[in-house]
Design a protein around this ligand. Structure first.
Ligand SMILES: [Zn+2]
Length: 119
């Protein structure tokens, strides 16, 4: 399943956008919750930047599952996104994190890594 998620992320043209603005979408009907949503016509996936990084990865998997399995209902998408998250390898997790981290977060993670290497 991960390879499917990866190929959608890399080849479908979807853009992952971190946002704090969820109020605007609530009346639009497509918004599911406060964590994220997908707009297939616009090829955009919105993720709430105020939830923690692991939560954002689960949300990204969740939104991608809506694209891959359009017939699945919300509860099934939810269950499976958590299941997939738990089975991710470190490198798979790193790949997904890349899409949902803000540039300052990426910089801070890289400098932590550098400090570790120099210690
Ligand atoms: Zn959903």
């Amino acid at each position: 399943m991960f390879s499917k998620l990866k190929s959608v992320l890399l080849h479908s043209g979807y853009r992952v956008i971190l946002t704090s603005d969820f109020s605007r979408q609530k009346s639009g009907g497509l918004a599911r919750a406060t964590k994220g949503y997908i707009l297939p016509d616009d090829l955009k996936i919105f993720i709430n930047k105020h939830i923690d990084i692991n939560d954002r990865v689960v949300t990204l998997i969740h939104e991608l599952l809506h694209e891959i399995q359009p017939s699945w209902e919300e509860a099934k998408v939810d269950r499976n996104s958590k299941k997939i998250f738990k089975k991710l390898t470190i490198s798979e997790l790193g790949f997904l994190q890349f899409f949902i981290m803000s540039p300052p977060e990426t910089r801070s993670m890289l400098s932590t890594h550098k400090a570790y290497l120099n210690a």
